[in-house]
Design a protein around this ligand. Sequence first.
Ligand SMILES: [Zn+2]
Ligand SMILES: [Zn+2]
Length: 385
Amino acid sequence: MANKNYYEILGVDKSASDDEIKSAYRRMAKKYHPDINKEAGAAEKFKDVNEAYEVLSDKTKRSNYDKYGDPNGGFFGGNSGGAGFGGFSQNGFSSSGFGGFDFDDIFNMFGGGFGGGSTTRSSSAVRGEDLQVQINLTFKEAVLGCKKDITITRQEQCSSCNGTGAKGGTEYTTCSTCKGTGIATYTENTLFGRMVRQGVCKDCNGTGKSIKVKCSECGGAGIKKVNKVISINIPAGIDNHQVITVRGSGNAGRRGGANGDLHIIVNIKDHKLLERDGYDLKIKIYVPFYTLIRGGEIDVPLADGYTTLKIPELTQSNTVFKIKGKGIKNLNGNVYGDLLVTIVAESPKTLSREDKKILDTLINSIPESSFARYKSYLKDLDSVK
Ligand SMILES: [Zn+2]
Ligand SMILES: [Zn+2]
């Protein structure tokens, strides 16, 4: 998705309130409505205005857009500098476009006084609401990826009436007010004077159907709340607080409207020893000071299992060993980060008299000149004294 500046499109500040955004949208939509503005490019601008409003009027999308420059949670792009992972989409639903836009608003605004003839059934369609759930993952599950079943409560189309709200899906007649179109004509006093407005039929709520006998399953609503288990593929490398969006898995749309989306917010439990830094893993390990001097081997944890690190003789404290490719998988490709191991010398807490004697022998046998950095420090110290 191109990085459009939605605030600029609507001509508002980044700090604009919901009301300011709404009124800016109305102003701009009026300006570029293709029925009013016949200039070249107006239709394109009208589309941009709608797209901007769709994002900025939605709390989640606006916050995603502010944070990541992508309303669909370029959550994955967020960490990797926006490397074109525009929203994670399962079930093969498209991640862009503004199919969810509720065109009711435009109809209400223009009261059908312009253009006319645009009375389509779809104007009464309502998109289902987006749903949000949290999911807890262990560090390992997040790094390696996993499959999770989550239970959500959502509105689905009632199956016993096929969403009609009428018993058996057949106990209805055509609405006499709108003759089945779902659109009725109302006269209203508006900003533009007295206007004839075409809108969703109030008698049938835009269904075009008059229910004779209500469906007992949904009480005539055509939708009902159900608990649903959804299997989610968690991609390897997902980071804390990232969001997986499953398109169309939110609440069911009404009257032919699209389903809402399901947003899954990921919470990852900290690892006891490993720390994540982008796609790298980090660990700081204290080893006995003599391991650094004499060399040795230590076990280092991985996200899954462990590996053995060889510490060469005469290693300095705070040396960082890079274990290549043992970090986290990049969400955008088959590339792995590294595991960075910092080795630090630990001195003993106590020494026996015997230990001290042995150490003294050692100290006396190693000339001070063996410590190049210390020697250089002493020289510099002399010069500043
Ligand atoms: Zn029903
Ligand atoms: Zn009707």
